[in-house]
Design a protein around this ligand. Structure first.
Ligand code: GRF
Length: 209
């Protein structure tokens, strides 16, 4: 059981690669002290990640670790681990972070590194989930928040949210419908984890005692 910090907000580091609409939703929620979360840093794997500006505007520290700046993938993983650990997070949230972390990172934040994915896992892992869902012809799509393990989108599931797939959807429309639900889920569930604590046993994730 990872218990909530008594009298203190949960320290969260967010990792991004792009626009950061999930990050923006989390930051907006943090404006309410009762939400229980403080985003203490935002990291990216590329300096062009637009979400870095959202953090900068709020005076939140940012950092960038590019894979290409390191001789090995393990070297990058070690540098990313150190950059995140420097902010002493209780929770690390991957929100559109387009890199798989390595063994050192996972060992540093066991049960505390979350990812949000835009499909109902275990269906449609990987980078093109909404397009894959549309091509398959499913009638329900959605998003999954999970605890990251060594696989690709395979970790224990914390929460899932669904949206309908409509007859005239294209990839863009479905992607945006999923993202709206995904953001609401992320804000809701990260807040509950911060306030109530959580546990991971085998593949079962439980929020609260
Ligand atoms: C999310 O839909 C996430 O599931 C996917 O990338 C998107 C990130 O969006 N991997 P944003 O950068 O938070 O707007």
């Amino acid at each position: 059981m990872t218990s909530p910090r008594s009298g203190q907000r949960c320290r969260v580091v967010v990792l991004i690669s792009g626009g950061g609409s999930n990050l923006a939703a989390l930051l907006a929620a943090c404006d309410d002290p009762g939400y229980g979360v403080e985003v203490v840093a935002v990291g990216a794997d590329r300096p062009s990640a637009a979400g870095l500006d959202l953090a900068g505007e709020r005076g939140i520290p940012t950092f960038v670790e590019r894979v290409g700046d390191h001789a090995t993938r393990e070297g990058w993983d070690a540098a990313l681990t150190a950059a995140v650990a420097a902010h002493r997070p209780d929770l690390v949230v991957s929100a559109g972070f387009l890199k798989l972390v390595g063994a050192e990172f996972l060992a540093a934040f066991p049960g505390r590194y979350l990812n949000t994915h835009n499909s109902l896992l275990p269906a449609f892992p990987g980078m093109t989930a909404p397009a894959d869902a549309l091509a398959y012809g499913v009638k329900v799509a959605g998003a999954t928040l999970f605890v990251v393990d060594a696989g690709v989108d395979t970790g224990p599931i914390i929460a899932q949210t669904t949206v309908p797939v409509l007859d005239d959807d294209d990839v863009e429309v479905l992607t945006e419908r999923i993202k709206q639900a995904e953001r609401a889920q992320l804000v809701d569930v990260v807040g509950r984890m911060a306030r109530e604590g959580w546990s991971v046993a085998d593949r079962r994730v439980r929020i609260g005692g």
